[in-house]
Ligand binder design. Structure first.
Ligand code: NDP
Length: 606
């Protein structure tokens, strides 16, 4: 569709959309690479030390050879919420198996300075009402979120059974005994009646496959293993005084880099930020939460009301007020307002997509103008502007990142979409120029587009010896994103094929936790040993999912990144990476009714 074809109400005269479309395309084309996900290095073998835990020493323990009712893989929000809900129903022997040295998942590993949640704490942090915790800020910082994970662990007695610094190696269904056999790298060989998987989508750090990466003689680490011994400072944001005489480089300008660069800029003698693609950085407007205000809103059921209100504002639910009021709800509100400008009879899919694009152009122009307003050097400001749709890459929100480039000693080294050319013994080379460095920090993200088995580190062997990797060879197949036929008593706790609410992932997890607790309680009350989805129910769910419009984030025309499989055709399996066709709010309403009916339609209890 060209601007000429658009309905009158969508023409925004001040924005030259054709020029922007052309510019977006040019910038995208600069970044397309034939190697897609293969451009990254797997952190293994001689690079494995990048995975070492800098935060907690590994304590020796005897292997477990017993039986538990429920084993859960992953000690992040998914495992904590599920175990907490199970505990509420009286199931106390839930064993969480976690590769880190404590609970927290992503918040255990990501302790880089400035780390904070990008979704408002009141809806992002799970079980606030149950634990009675009031977040200190609208967007809480990482130490508070990690402490909250520990709070959940303590309150629900989850430390008693947890196995930390433990990596699952095999999971096999024992048909004769109706239970899972679990083996780990610590010699454990125990059984569990039920199994939960909450390994998270972004937990395996990756390194850029830049020539010479192994030759660097200075100090280096990945942002998810921050080396405070080297930098000084702490996760609370204390000045990293040991960097005062250091030349530091950081590769990557995604959501992580946006949060830690202001802290590095303050501390380093010289900071070099190596950029391939700029992030879109919108207003953050963080603020402390006022306890008086909080005591007024925190009436019984408050967190569920806030969750539903945020989701309704985000994903269609006809909310009249916007309790959270942040960048995410603003984005949706603007798109809806554009659609409402269309006369009812003109609200076709094509016109709605045009309204979406129109709203996005306006938002991105605001974000680019913000760069000009905040960054003093014109050339640097120009290079910090993002030329793509806001949902092409993870939107960022920060009130100190752009300003950090006004600090003397902080240098943006833009690679014009090409990426770092080479890493040498003593520095990083871009466009033939070497930047000498004492320390190189990789803010290069996490594996996303790789195989599930490679990221989780294990496969599941279900009924009749079927492997999950084979069953999902042509794409994920589940009912509700939770159950897989042939894998009884195993539950997946993650957003895809469920609500798929990406702007607030914990909401997906806490709802699924509730669903699992109710199913397990039902099984126990009825003396059932097994819960399994029927093939027909799974097929029907997949058919339903495929009636939707597909994903609104990423997209083949977007600049490459993990949202769109690095710009490569993702193959037919990707069409299954979707959520409920009517949106997250519709899914949550549906699943509540499904649970409440007590029928658990589509499942067999045996
Ligand atoms: P990302 O994958 O988003 O960013 C990786 C960065 O490395 C990109 O800027 C990428 O450039 C760059 N890069 C890769 N290879 C090269 C190269 N050869 N030369 C130069 N640059 C290179 O990782 P992050 O850790 O920033 O974020 C991952 C995700 O984690 C986020 O998207 C978000 O979902 C989550 N997160 C959430 C936070 C929160 O909620 N508060 C905070 C931080 C992260 P290019 O863009 O060109 O590929």
């Amino acid at each position: 569709m060209t601007i000429m074809d658009q309905p009158q109400s969508l023409k925004t005269p001040s924005i030259d959309k054709e020029r922007l479309r052309k510019k977006y395309q040019e910038e995208r084309n600069k970044r397309l690479r034939a190697d897609g996900n293969d451009q990254y290095l797997q952190v293994a073998g001689h690079l494995a030390h990048y995975l070492d835990d800098p935060y907690t020493p590994v304590t020796p323990r005897a292997p477990k050879t017993d039986h538990v009712t429920f084993a859960f893989i992953g000690g992040g929000f998914a495992g904590l919420a599920t175990a907490a809900r199970l505990s509420e129903t009286g199931i106390k022997d839930v064993r969480i198996i976690e590769k880190g040295g404590d609970f927290g998942g992503t918040w255990y590993w990501n302790r880089y300075p400035g780390a904070q949640c990008d979704t408002a704490s009141l809806v992002y942090m799970p079980l606030l009402e149950e634990t009675g915790h009031m977040p200190s800020e609208k967007y809480a910082h990482a130490p508070e979120i990690l402490a909250h994970c520990q709070r959940i662990g303590k309150q629900f007695g989850l430390y008693d059974h947890a196995l930390f610094h433990t990596i699952v190696e095999s999971l096999e269904w024992d048909e004769a005994k109706s239970r899972w056999n679990i083996r780990t790298n610590r010699g454990d060989a125990f059984t569990a009646q039920f199994l939960g998987m909450g390994t998270g989508p972004l937990h395996v750090p990756k390194l850029p496959g830049i020539a010479g990466i192994e030759s660097f003689k200075g100090h280096s680490f990945h942002t998810s293993r921050w080396d405070y011994d080297y930098t000084g400072g702490d996760p609370q944001g204390a000045l990293m005084q040991k960097l005062a005489d250091k030349r530091v480089g950081i590769i990557g300008t995604g959501a992580t880099s946006v949060q830690c660069v202001p802290y590095l800029a303050r501390a380093c003698k010289e900071l070099y930020v190596f950029q391939r693609t700029p992030s879109s950085v919108d207003v953050r407007a963080n603020a402390p939460i006022d306890p008086t205000w909080f005591s007024e809103i925190a009436t019984p059921g408050w967190q569920q009301r806030w969750l539903e209100n945020f989701t309704a504002n985000q994903a269609g639910g006809g909310a009249e007020e916007d309790l959270v009021q942040d960048g995410w709800t603003d984005l949706s509100r603007r798109i809806r307002a554009k659609i409402m400008l269309l006369p009812r009879e003109q609200r076709t899919v094509q016109n709605m997509r045009a309204a979406f694009e129109d709203s996005d152009f306006e938002k991105m122009e605001e974000i680019r103008n913000r760069v000009d307003a905040l960054v003093k050097d014109r050339e640097t400001a120009g290079r910090l502007k993002a030329w793509y749709g806001q949902l092409c890459k993870r939107p960022c929100f920060h009130d100190a990142y752009l300003q950090a480039f006004n600090t003397s000693g902080t240098h943006l080294i833009d690679t014009d979409g090409k990426g770092v050319e080479r890493i040498a013994e003593n520095g990083v080379v871009v466009a033939g120029k070497e930047y000498p460095l004492d320390c190189l920090i990789y803010a290069s993200g996490f594996e996303v587009g790789t195989e599930y088995k490679r990221r989780s580190g294990f496969d599941l062997t279900g009924r009749g010896g079927i492997k999950l990797s084979d069953y999902w060879a042509e794409g994920m197949r589940t009912k509700h994103g939770i159950h897989v036929h042939g894998f009884p008593n195993a539950f997946f706790v993650q957003p895809t094929q469920g609500a798929n609410l990406i702007s607030n992932v914990p909401h997906n997890l806490t709802e699924t936790a509730r669903t699992i607790a109710m199913m397990v309680q039902h099984a126990q009350a009825g003396g059932f040993k097994e819960i399994e989805v029927t093939k027909e129910a799974e097929d029907r769910w997949i058919e339903l999912l495929l009636t939707g419009v597909g994903r609104m984030i990423g997209g083949p025309d977007c600049t490459p990144g993990y949202y769109n499989n690095e710009g490569r055709e993702p193959g037919p399996a990707a069409r299954l990476n979707v959520g409920h066709p009517s949106g997250a709010m519709a899914y949550f309403k549906y699943i509540d009714e499904w649970r409440q009916s007590g029928q658990f339609e589509g499942l067999q209890f045996r």
